[in-house]
Design a binder for this molecule. Structure first.
Ligand code: M6P
Length: 560
């Protein structure tokens, strides 16, 4: 809680000792072979989460049995969570304590979904703005209903057909991921576009598809100062005005999502077209706030509310469930075991659901911007690994791209496999084929293929080729989590996102770091501003190393 280095905990030291003594002989094969004597490993190391309001329909199964953990390792990891005061740190977040210490802010994305008195009661959160959440949601409902029904008209009296969300980082990735994930619930005749990159090609391609009379621009930026977003927003406004001519028409075609009212109004968007949020909403935790307006426009407010409800129910689970049954805690502890003791550098997220194809991209920011830190909250340099590199893509595509390295490469890559029991699109036996891959890959990773098996398969003649035999061996012993959910409904998606958000929180708490600032994005921004002012004139290029100067001069000489 106070940023104690994790290595000081007795349980951390014990884990190190266990690792040193046991890791060479610890195999998933042996661990599962003990099933017969000690009861099913699956029973011991899996947990079923049921939505309190819809139970069966929105359940999530977490199987963490294919991990290199024994009862002793597991109980020591749970002890670590207690020693690091994970429950206290979690409760401090829910109470609105200013756990983002470097910025002196509360961390209250949980307040954004704390709007369901019927779902087991609300959390008592007393922070400025927390009582305005419902008001902004009502505004979002009213606005999204009007646009979706066609009641909201553009400057020539036509309804809206295209929505362009202009934002970057947390003001883009969440809406992109969720609108993709919930496409089956979307209004197909309202097309969603996302512009994030300051590269003019991004906005140029989107605008080619839009008609100024029927396009709504959402300028999404917490600070409303982000260079990429403001540049894109200005270009969008210029493009719009080249057709609409009159600045008065901007009001029908531009809305803003921000915490910065004065910057929004000086851009020319009236405060009645602004959807606000608060400084206690971190960018990468903001899809639940006004930043989710594009989501509400795409899937409708009622579905957006279901997304919030799913997250709220996971919040309750995280807050009220003992550590050993707590899904976010389990994911966090398993991750720490590989990250800090086995030295794993990365963590793959592999959804076997095409609609989740942006899930890993989303949690790249969610996890890496949160836990990519190397000093504790007390300011000490950590002597251990913190946040993992998050990567991945939809499962079967990954199988034909990078799984080779996971199976037979030299690196340990812990993987989370995710899949729905029910598909959104029943076509032939696609889903059975998909799921058979979802079941097979963790099995292959865990148990591999021995030399004896390879020799038997090859037959006596080919087995004489030793190099061929060796190349076909799968060492196995690669750890995975498997997460199965009933169906990718808005509510289940909300719960899954909150599950990973809280996993990140627990890991940050154990590492003693501040998961809620992002100082590492600042330096590059400042240098870029300085360079921009020098780009026009070769004589102005000053104050850089010879490499940077050489590159800038090369650009200046060759640009057309
Ligand atoms: O919403 P904004 O203020 O435009 O910020 C966009 C992004 O900027 C920076 O990269 C970081 O601070 C991110 O966390 C943030 O999501």
């Amino acid at each position: 809680m106070d940023g104690r280095p994790a290595t000081e905990y007795a349980s951390w030291q014990k884990l190190q000792k266990i690792y040193d003594e046991q890791h060479a002989s610890l195999t998933l094969k042996d661990l599962f072979a003990q099933d017969a004597s000690s009861g099913s490993r699956f029973e011991t190391f899996s947990r079923l989460y049921q939505s309190p309001s819809s139970g069966e329909q929105d359940k999530i199964l977490l199987d963490y049995s294919k991990n290199l953990i024994t009862p002793e390792i597991w109980s020591t990891l749970l002890k670590l969570a207690e020693e690091a005061k994970v429950p206290e740190f979690r409760d401090a977040m829910f109470k609105g304590e200013h756990i983002n210490t470097s910025e002196g802010r509360a961390v209250l994305h949980v307040a954004l979904r704390n709007v369901f008195p019927q779902a087991g009661g609300q959390f008592d959160i007393k922070e400025e703005g927390a009582d305005e959440v419902k008001e902004v949601l009502d505004h979002m409902k009213q606005f999204s209903d009007a646009v979706r029904s066609g009641e909201w008209k553009g400057y020539t009296g036509k309804s809206i057909t295209d929505v362009v969300n202009i934002g970057i980082g947390g003001s883009d990735l969440g809406p992109v991921m969720v609108t993709e994930a919930l496409k089956p619930y979307s209004k197909r005749d309202l097309k969603m576009h996302f512009v994030s990159n300051v590269d003019g090609s991004d906005i140029a391609e989107v605008l080619k598809e839009c008609d100024a009379e029927r396009t709504l621009f959402i300028v999404a930026s917490k600070t409303f100062t982000t260079q990429e977003t403001m540049t894109n927003a200005e270009s969008a406004r210029d493009w719009f005005l080249s057709s609409a001519k009159d600045k008065e028409h901007v009001a029908k075609h531009f809305v803003a999502l921000s915490t910065n009212t004065s910057a929004v109004t000086s851009f020319g968007i009236s405060s009645s077209n602004m959807f606000k949020f608060w400084d206690w909403v971190g960018g990468r935790y903001s899809l639940w706030s006004a930043i989710g307006l594009s989501i509400a426009l795409s899937i409708g407010y009622e579905n957006f509310e279901q997304l919030l409800l799913g997250a709220h129910e996971m919040d309750r689970h995280f807050k009220e469930t003992k550590l050993e049954d707590n899904l976010p805690v389990i994911l966090a502890l398993v991750g720490i075991w590989y990250n800090d003791f086995y030295g794993a550098q990365t963590q793959a997220l592999l959804p076997y659901d095409q609609y989740l194809h942006k899930f890993a991209d989303y949690f790249q920011q969610g996890d890496m911007e949160s836990n990519g830190k190397s000093v504790t909250k007390a300011g000490d340099v950590v002597g251990y690994q913190t946040g993992p590199i998050i990567w991945g893509q939809s499962g079967t595509n990954g199988q034909h791209a990078f799984y080779q390295l996971i199976h037979q490469g030299t690196k340990l890559i812990p993987c989370d496999f995710l899949a729905p029991v029910e598909t959104q699109n029943k076509i032939g036996n696609h889903h059975s084929i998909l799921l058979s891959n979802f079941f097979a890959q963790p099995e292959a990773l865990a148990f591999g293929k021995t030399e004896e098996q390879v020799i038997e398969e090859l037959g006596p003649e080919q087995a004489k080729n030793d190099a061929l035999v060796k190349s076909k061996i799968f060492a196995g012993n690669k750890p995975t989590n498997s997460i199965m959910f009933q169906k990718l409904t808005p509510k289940t998606l909300g719960s899954l996102i909150a599950l990973y958000e809280h996993k990140i929180h627990v890991q940050g708490a154990i590492w003693g770091i501040n998961s809620y600032d992002q100082m590492g994005v600042e330096l590059g921004k400042v240098l870029a501003k300085n360079i921009l002012a020098q780009l026009g004139d070769a004589d102005k290029v000053k104050g850089h190393d010879s490499s940077t100067t050489g590159l800038i001069h090369f650009f200046q000489k060759n640009r057309k």
